[in-house]
Design a protein around this ligand. Structure first.
Ligand code: NAG
Ligand code: NAG
Length: 131
């Protein structure tokens, strides 16, 4: 086998073996969360996202606009980013990235379309606010 095939086989097999031995495996992956303002009425969405270690500050997303941030997931599978989202007289919290829920479905890009009832993953799978 040439080197690239060997490397491919190694990288394909090692995670599978690890998974068999220790359960779910979360290889560190550069991941992008993109938040779209899909609120009606032309309102600005203010988001404030944080993890245990990072405070990403306040960002104003214009009607139909978006904002994104990029991070690297941890191998323990504990990466969590949550956001406060505010518009008009509304203020809600939502976990925009939890590794166990999102590692597979995001596959490096997590698009959230924010509607009044809650954010919708990829504009299809709508979730409720945490609070
Ligand atoms: C946002 O998009 C919706 C649906 O495409 C459209 O009806 C609305 O006019 C847009 N609003 C702005 C401010 O561009
Ligand atoms: C989002 O939906 C489009 C089709 O509507 C699909 O091609 C794409 O893979 C989806 N992305 C994610 C991250 O699920």
């Amino acid at each position: 086998m040439n080197l690239s095939i060997r490397l491919f086989v190694a990288f394909a097999i090692i995670p599978t073996l690890l998974q068999a031995c220790i359960g779910d495996v979360y290889l560190p992956a550069k991941t992008r969360v993109r938040i779209f303002n899909s609120l009606p009425g032309g309102v600005t969405l203010t988001v404030h996202c944080q993890s245990k270690d990072d405070d990403l500050g306040f960002h104003q997303i214009p009607p139909n606009g978006s904002w994104e941030f990029v991070f690297t997931t941890n191998i323990e599978g504990t990466t969590l980013f949550f956001c406060n989202m505010q518009w008009s007289d509304q203020s809600h919290y939502f976990d925009v990235y939890t590794e166990k829920r999102d590692y597979d479905r995001c596959n490096n890009v997590c698009p959230w379309y924010v509607r009044p009832s809650g954010p919708c993953f990829n504009n299809t799978d709508c979730e409720n606010w945490n609070s």
